[in-house]
Write a protein that binds this ligand. Structure first.
Ligand SMILES: C[S@@+](CC[C@H](N)C(=O)[O-])C[C@H]1O[C@@H](n2cnc3c(N)ncnc32)[C@H](O)[C@@H]1O
Length: 376
């Protein structure tokens, strides 16, 4: 079974990382208070919806709809719900690393209140993702549109948090080389994935689909990151995090859900390192200055570079700039100038001679990048 930590066993700040890959039993605000500052890389939160159901809901054949009427979803008023939301979001913000991001999922009942409080607390909204359900429940009374989606708000810890993880290139490559959009299509959790008790009933009324969590985690975390879920429920975040080589910490107050989540996570086999390597694009590669090629002895001051057809040439100066026809500048600026263009990628435009052949200086940059990645 995955480890379960009673809240009392957590010692703030001084604690070793005994809470990583465990489920903390207790109220999430109190449990978050016991975790160290800036200790998690990402948060996925699926808070109570505050559905405000006015009594039991029946289908036209009078059978009872399995709606969320649990105690944990009951709040006396919007004010009480807002105060609770503010408290857990504030506690999450302290625990989140400065470059970390948070996801909060909700329905029309709560997501607008949650989003407004997030902005008040200085989270910086990055996207709202619409999870369109392929198999939503019908609107039994026929008095409204069928409610066929939930919304996920994705936000960085604050406005300056520009270096958050977003695996843009991997997402694009996995989407037929087209940018991943903010509307995602997944079925609700059903079939073999849905946890059921011995009585055949659902273990948890709002178990989220693993595919949804997989995309969230693949998009915004790296292998080895710690993902916190303050409303752990049946442990979907933990199960997917473990499979994808990430760490998790879950907080949940209901013992039945903790038991189910713990057994579920225990049964998960993590994928191997090769399967988990994340595709990165050019933007993610380390920046290399042209002068580094001189410092590394790959090019020399006085050496001549030319374009691929040897129509223009320039001399390398000791300060890492190029000069041609009385003009001087960076590899990009001079490349643009000699072609009469506004911009130019100097790395692919300028070539050096190797015997009879010409090779782009980008090949030399690749050598430096390989050396840098070997170090790091
Ligand atoms: C919407 S469900 C989360 C379902 C989960 N994402 C899953 O896939 O199973 C919300 C969960 O938060 C728990 N919860 C509600 N209020 C809580 C609180 N104050 N502290 C800790 N857990 C709480 C509930 O018991 C419930 O399991």
């Amino acid at each position: 079974m995955a480890a379960v930590l009673p809240l009392a066993d957590l010692k703030r700040q001084a604690a070793p990382n005994n809470w990583i890959n465990s489920i903390i039993k207790g109220d999430c605000v109190a449990a978050l208070e016991a975790l160290p500052d800036h200790s998690v890389d990402a948060i996925f939160a699926d808070p109570p919806y505050n559905l405000q159901l006015g009594g039991a809901l029946h289908r036209p054949d009078q059978s009872l709809v399995d709606a969320v009427d649990n105690d944990w979803d009951q709040f006396a008023s919007f004010q009480v719900y807002d105060a609770f939301t503010r408290a857990w979001l504030l506690a999450c913000r302290r625990v989140l690393k400065p470059q970390g991001t948070i996801w909060v999922i909700g329905s029309y009942h709560n997501i607008f209140r949650v989003g407004s409080i997030m902005q008040d607390l200085n989270f910086w909204l990055l996207n709202d993702i619409v999870w369109r359900k392929t198999n939503p429940m019908p609107n039994f009374k026929g008095r409204r549109f069928q409610n066929a989606h939930e919304t996920m708000i994705w936000a960085s810890r604050d406005a300056k948090g520009k270096s958050y993880t977003f695996n843009y290139d991997a997402l694009k490559a996995s989407n037929d080389d087209v940018q991943m959009r903010s509307d995602w299509l997944f079925p609700i959790c059903s079939g073999g994935e849905r946890l059921k008790g011995d009585d055949g009933k659902k273990v948890h009324p709002t178990q989220k689909p693993e595919a949804l969590l997989a995309r969230v985690i693949m998009a915004s975390t790296k292998p080895g990151d710690v993902i916190l879920d303050p409303f752990f429920g049946s442990g979907t975040t933990g199960a997917v995090a473990k499979r994808l080589g990430r760490n998790f910490v879950g907080i949940e107050r209901e013992q039945d859900y903790i038991d189910a989540a713990s057994a579920r996570i225990e049964a998960v086999e993590p994928l191997g390192k090769a399967e988990l390597t994340v595709l990165t694009g050019k933007k993610a590669e380390p920046r290399v200055a042209f002068t580094t090629l001189l410092e590394a002895g790959l090019l020399k001051p006085g050496q001549v570079l030319s374009d691929a057809r040897r129509r223009v040439s320039a001399i390398i100066r000791a300060d890492g700039t190029l000069a041609a026809n009385g003009e001087a500048g960076s590899i990009h600026r001079l490349g643009a100038k000699v072609q009469g263009l506004d911009a130019c990628n100097g790395w692919t435009f300028w070539h050096f001679s190797e015997g009879e052949k010409l090779r782009p200086i980008d090949d030399l940059r690749a050598i430096i990048r390989t050396e840098l990645s070997d170090i790091g």
